[in-house]
Design a protein around this ligand. Structure first.
Ligand SMILES: Cc1ncc(COP(=O)(O)O)c(C=O)c1O
Length: 386
């Protein structure tokens, strides 16, 4: 067994979920997914594909129809994005791993902006990279980037910069000006940018032309050293389908196809058929999902802000309320106690980076916002208990 694998940390979020195993009364907000089922017309496309007998492999890079549909969808958001830049993957996490496999040698230096979803820091570690973290800074419950600190951390020795914006867990989102500054800096150091933009549509600030979060695709050229990761999971309510995609420079795509062959060979075809319908009919899904998530955020955050000892700011994007709970400096311990003693399932902040020790993540993607209200009641009762 390689030391890098032996040293991988187990998921702290799973650890909390395991503490609640077998308890039907826990209100679970620990995982990053909506409790709403995938729209019927998307499921129907997969059913019809199976009924047609589409049970075979596809091209490594994905069905041509899906790559075309994704290129059209991305072009609608970001200006012309050619199909030659698209590869279909088995979920966003698979897309991230492929990108890291393609770009990082053992011993390479990788810089990541944290706190961040742990997969993004585990994947370079699996490849044997040396990881350097640039922590965001909390200011009155809102996490902010020190751009100078990031520029200082990314040097010509940095192979890859990993940024997730909108960010899981903090909701922090890069501005276009910050993206421009990062791109210029990485051009000067020769550093690749791996941009995890799976939450780009889940954006609530309302300060962009297309309503989505600012994207690195808007401030780069096709040949820039940029790989963008996307997913069907969040904007299309398709977590269990395991479908995502990559946008990359055209010169990389052929090689990514080879790498796909040795990872998954391809995403399953009936799933890809569902993906075609999802992106083509995004107008029937995503705006509704985003409006609902915004309503969920606007239900949860004011209630949390009214709880003594809680510090939280409304997320600009994503699907999480990330809050500091005063007096509870060990997030994992607090999250486990909340499950067992209050029946409330949250993710511990330190799962996302040591700087988020004392914080908790609450996924507000709840079909019934009443569950969020009940969850806050449980938190308040628990805090008030002797
Ligand atoms: C920041 C981030 N990136 C990528 C993913 C991967 O999503 P999936 O593998 O379901 O497409 C997630 C899922 O929670 C995420 O939070």
């Amino acid at each position: 067994m390689r030391a890098a694998i032996q040293n991988l940390e187990e998921s702290k979020i799973r650890e909390v979920a395991n503490a609640g195993m077998g308890r039907g009364d826990v209100l679970a907000f620990w995982f990053g997914e909506s409790d709403e089922v995938t729209p019927e017309f998307i499921r129907q496309a997969a059913i019809e594909s199976l009924q047609r007998g589409e049970t075979f492999y596809s091209h490594n890079l994905g069905l041509p129809e899906l790559r075309e549909a994704i290129a059209g969808y991305m072009s609608g958001l970001h200006g012309a994005i050619g199909v030659e830049r698209i590869a279909v993957t088995s979920g966003g996490v698979n897309a991230l791993m492929l990108a890291v496999q393609a770009l990082v040698e053992a011993g390479d230096e990788v810089v990541a902006v944290t706190p961040v979803w742990p997969n993004l820091t585990a994947q370079p570690a699996i490849m044997g990279a040396r990881l350097r973290c640039v922590p965001l800074q909390p200011v009155k419950g809102e996490w902010t980037l020190d751009l100078d600190a990031l520029r200082a951390a990314v040097t010509p020795a940095t192979r890859l910069l990993i940024v997730n914006s909108p960010n899981n867990p903090t909701g922090w989102t890069l501005t276009r000006a910050e993206q421009q500054a990062i791109v210029e800096h990485c051009r000067s150091t020769g550093t690749w940018i791996l941009a995890d933009e799976v939450y780009e549509r889940l954006y609530y600030a309302g300060d962009t032309e297309n309503g989505s979060a600012p994207s690195f695709l808007d401030v780069t050229e096709p040949d820039d050293r940029l790989v963008v990761v996307h997913s069907f999971s969040k904007s299309f309510l398709m977590t269990g389908w395991r479908l995502g995609w990559l946008v990359m420079p055209p010169s990389l795509t052929h090689h990514m196809g080879k790498l796909l062959e040795f990872n998954t060979s391809c995403a399953s075809v009936f799933t890809q058929r569902a993906g075609v319908v999802a992106v083509q009919r995004t107008a029937e899904i995503t705006p509704r999902v985003v409006a609902h998530l915004k309503a969920c955020r606007d239900t949860l955050v004011p209630l949390l802000q009214a709880v003594p000892g809680v510090q939280v700011a409304p997320a600009r994007g994503g699907m999480y309320a990330f809050f500091r709970l005063q007096g509870f400096d060990d997030s994992l311990d607090a999250a486990k106690r909340l499950v067992v003693e209050a029946g409330l399932g949250l993710a511990p902040g330190n799962a996302f980076g040591p700087e988020a020790q004392g914080w908790l993540r609450w996924c507000f993607a709840s079909k019934d916002p009443g569950r969020l209200v009940e969850g806050v009641d449980r938190l308040k009762r628990w805090l008030a208990a002797p």
